[in-house]
Design a protein around this ligand. Structure first.
Ligand SMILES: C[S@@+](CC[C@H](N)C(=O)[O-])C[C@H]1O[C@@H](n2cnc3c(N)ncnc32)[C@H](O)[C@@H]1O
Length: 299
C-alpha cells in the first residue's frame, strides 16, 4: 500500500513538474518575443496566423490560387531574395512588405531573427505570409520556422509552390525523367551544413547513366563538383545544363558536358540563381515555344 502511495505521489510530482516546466518554457519564449502588453499569457493575445507560402520560381502566373489569395489578404509579407519582382508586383500596395534576404553567403537577416520576427508578428495578431522562392519544402529551412511558431503556440500552414527544378524543366524543355534516359531524379544541394558530410559523389557518378541529378545552390561550387564527379568515374561526356533565372524573362540556359560546363558558364557570365542538371535527359531537350510562355519570354 505504502509502495503504491509512494508511486502515486511520484507520478503526481512528475506530472506537476512537467506542467510547471511547460509554463516556465512558454513564459521564457514569450518574454523574449512578446510586447509587454501581452506578457501575462496567451489569453490576452490577439490570434495571429502565419502562412508559409511557395512563390514558385519567378513567373507570377505560376503562383497557386491559394498563394495568390493569401497575398491579397495578408497584413504583412516577409519575403526572400529569390521572390521575383513579378510576384512582388502582384501584392497590393497597402500590404506591408519586409525583405528578409538570405542569399547564400549574404544573409541580410540570420535565420534565428527571421523566426523571431515571425513569432513577433504572430503574437501581435497579424495575418502573415512568409513568402519563399520555389517550394517551401525544398531547401528552404521551413522546419526551423514552423518549430518556432509551434513553440510559441501560433497557428501556421504551409502552401506549396513550384520548385525551381520543375519550373526549369518546363521553361527549358528538359524532361527530368524522360523514360529513355532516367528512371529517377535526385534533388540535392551543394551547400552542406557540415562540409565534412559531403554528398556521396561516387554514388552520384555511378547512377548518372539512369538518374537525373538536379543540384540547387551549385553554381559557386560547379568547378569542384564537376572535378569530384570526374574523379569518381562519371563519363566525362555526361551532358550538363545550367539554368539561370528559370521562368524569368532573363532565363539563360548553358549546356555542355561535365568536363566543359564550368568554362562555358564562365564564358556566359552566369550570376545565378542557377540550377545544375546532370544527366542524359539534357540531350532530350525540347525547344519550347517562347511566345506561348506568357510575358516571361524565354531566350
Ligand atoms: C535556398 S534554395 C531554395 C529553393 C526553393 N525553395 C525552390 O524550391 O526552388 C536556392 C537555390 O534554388 C535555385 N533556384 C531558385 N530559384 C531559381 C530560379 N528561378 N532559377 C534557377 N535556380 C533557382 C538556385 O540553385 C538557388 O541557389
Amino acid at each position: 500500500m505504502n509502495a503504491r502511495l509512494h508511486a502515486f505521489s511520484g507520478a503526481l510530482h512528475s506530472a506537476l513538474f512537467r506542467i510547471q516546466s511547460a509554463f516556465v518554457n512558454r513564459d521564457t519564449r514569450i518574454d523574449s518575443t512578446t510586447p509587454p502588453s501581452t506578457r501575462n499569457g496567451r489569453k490576452n493575445m490577439a490570434e495571429g496566423e502565419v502562412f508559409i507560402v511557395g512563390a514558385g520560381p519567378g513567373d507570377a502566373e505560376l503562383l497557386t490560387l491559394k498563394a495568390h489569395r493569401l497575398l491579397q489578404t495578408a497584413d504583412v509579407v516577409l519575403f526572400d531574395w529569390l521572390v521575383s519582382q513579378s510576384v512582388l508586383d502582384s501584392i497590393p500596395r497597402h500590404i506591408s512588405k519586409e525583405f528578409v534576404g538570405k542569399r547564400c553567403g549574404k544573409h541580410s537577416m540570420p535565420q534565428a531573427m527571421i523566426c523571431q520576427r515571425l513569432v513577433e508578428l504572430g503574437l501581435e495578431g497579424k495575418r502573415v505570409v512568409r513568402l519563399k522562392g520555389g517550394d517551401p519544402a525544398i531547401f528552404a529551412r521551413t522546419s526551423e520556422e514552423t518549430t518556432a511558431l509551434h513553440n510559441a503556440g501560433i497557428k501556421f500552414a504551409i502552401v506549396p509552390g513550384i520548385t525551381a527544378a520543375s519550373g526549369a524543366s518546363a521553361y527549358t524543355g528538359i524532361p527530368l525523367t524522360d523514360r529513355r534516359f532516367a528512371q529517377s531524379v535526385k534533388f540535392m544541394t551543394a551547400q552542406f551544413q557540415n562540409p565534412e558530410k559531403q554528398a556521396d559523389w561516387a554514388a552520384i557518378a555511378s547512377s548518372a547513366k539512369h538518374e537525373t541529378t538536379v543540384i540547387y545552390m551549385g553554381l559557386k561550387r560547379l568547378q569542384q563538383l564537376s572535378e569530384k564527379l570526374i574523379n569518381e568515374g562519371i563519363d566525362s561526356a555526361m551532358p550538363v545544363a545550367v539554368i539561370e533565372n528559370a521562368c524569368c524573362p532573363e532565363q539563360q540556359v548553358v549546356t555542355g558536358t561535365i568536363a566543359t560546363i564550368y568554362q562555358r558558364v564562365l564564358d556566359a557570365v552566369v550570376a545565378g540563381p542557377a540550377l545544375v542538371i546532370i544527366g542524359e535527359v539534357v540531350t532530350a531537350r525540347q525547344y519550347v515555344s517562347a511566345e506561348l510562355m506568357n510575358e516571361s519570354a524565354v531566350k
